[in-house]
Design a protein around this ligand. Structure first.
Ligand code: NAD
Length: 366
């Protein structure tokens, strides 16, 4: 989510508890298996609201420091994402160190699943970068503490359309706040990254009469979607100064940074990418000063976790849609709180999430 990107020089000497991103984690589990070559770290940030749920990322990290920081940052993010969405879940995440294309083997995933199982449900895993549904199915062979498994095994299926719908809801709320109407008819929207989430988002916006401009590094994809939805295409990286009403980052994180922030002409930012603000405090504040309505990423991209939560709670599509549509109300509340208290929307969202955790903790300690 939106924790600060940690600069290598900010790393403290203390390896774990002293890390900038440690931020009160409850438990960190280092998993090592000589036979399969598994090296993984599971971060459990907070379990006040429920078991810590978050995906497993497999990535060829430059160093173990990078892997540790990534898992800490991501698991903290999951705590706030679930809390703000009203789910009874805590925050956790796992990273496996290695190249998913060459080093991911069934035996390694099974061994990883055994480590997850050893935590007795305190941590529940799911898919993230470098993982596929099939990998979760393998993990399921050794532990029930996994979501995002195949529909044939009881899973909730592809989360991307739900994520896109939630982003659409957040975008409409931001439009309501900024332009006085939630209707996107006639609004110019730049969608950066038209992958799984981006495409469905383009579809929703187009259906409402919005004028979509799409950008991606995959030119074949641009051509295909431009034909399919009548969207305009913009190539290259020089896109931030485009004269649009809304910017939807749906590719990479940290696109709102020192270099781009001065160029942005959009009056609303609402997209699916995680960690959109390179520095959540500094860039959140600058957006506020520029009068740009920023819909916090971890709030509006929560459709995916709502989808996997359905697997745990056993609710169906109607309830998934209802919970996802509620992102509209929560986003509006965040904008109003941000204006009332003169804080960034990011801060406002974190405060609401934290107060939900604090209230539950108080109840538990009675
Ligand atoms: P995806 O991989 O399907 O799509 C990403 C798209 O971005 C691809 O088409 C890729 O070519 C494009 N891209 C990559 N680098 C780019 C660049 N520099 N400029 C422009 N385009 C670029 O991913 P997705 O599942 O659609 O997810 C999109 C974003 O939303 C990711 O940041 C992801 O972490 C986040 N997210 C996704 C979900 C979900 O349910 N899929 C949930 C929460 C958050």
């Amino acid at each position: 989510m939106t924790a600060n990107i940690i600069d290598a020089k900010e790393l403290k000497n203390d390896p774990v508890f002293g890390q900038v991103s440690f931020d009160g984690h409850e438990q960190i589990v280092f998993c090592n298996d000589e036979d399969t070559g598994l090296k993984a770290i599971i971060g459990i940030h907070n379990t006040v609201l429920g078991p810590a749920l978050g995906g497993t990322r497999m990535w060829n990290y430059n160093s173990e420091w990078d892997a540790l920081n990534d898992v800490l940052r991501l698991s903290r993010g999951m705590t706030f994402k679930s809390a703000i969405t009203g789910l009874n879940l805590g925050g956790g995440k796992a990273v496996i160190i290695g190249d998913a294309k060459t080093q991911k083997k069934d035996a390694l995933m099974r061994r990883f699943g055994e480590f997850v199982h050893s935590l007795s449900g305190r941590y529940i895993t799911a898919e993230d970068v470098g993982m596929e549904t099939r990998d979760m199915d393998i993990v399921r062979e050794v532990t029930p503490h996994v979501t995002g498994i195949s529909e044939s095994l009881g899973g909730a299926g592809n989360p991307s359309p739900i994520t896109a719908y939630g982003v659409f809801m957040g975008m409409k709320a931001a439009a309501k706040y900024q332009f006085g109407s939630e209707n996107l008819d006639g609004k110019k929207v730049l969608v950066q990254g038209v992958g799984h989430v981006g495409e469905t988002l383009v579809k929703h916006i187009t259906e409402e009469g919005g004028k979509v401009i799409i950008n991606d590094i995959n030119e074949a994809r641009l051509e295909e979607l431009s034909k399919k939805y009548g969207a305009n295409v913009v190539l290259g990286n020089d896109i931030y100064g485009l004269d649009v009403d809304i910017y939807a980052p749906c590719a990479l994180g940290a696109t709102i940074n020192d270099k781009t922030i001065g160029q942005i002409k959009a009056k609303v930012i609402a997209g699916a990418a995680n960690n959109q603000l390179a520095n959540e405090i500094k860039h959140g504040r600058l957006l506020k000063e520029k009068g740009i309505a920023y819909a916090p990423d971890f709030l509006i991209n929560a459709g995916g976790i709502i989808n996997v939560y359905a697997e745990l709670e056993g609710y169906g599509k109607d309830e998934i849609i209802r919970k996802t549509e509620n992102i509209y109300n929560t986003t509006l509340d965040i904008f109003n709180l941000s204006a009332k208290e003169d804080i960034t929307t990011h801060r406002a969202a974190l405060n609401i999430a934290q107060s939900r955790i604090d209230a539950r903790k108080k109840e538990q300690n009675k």
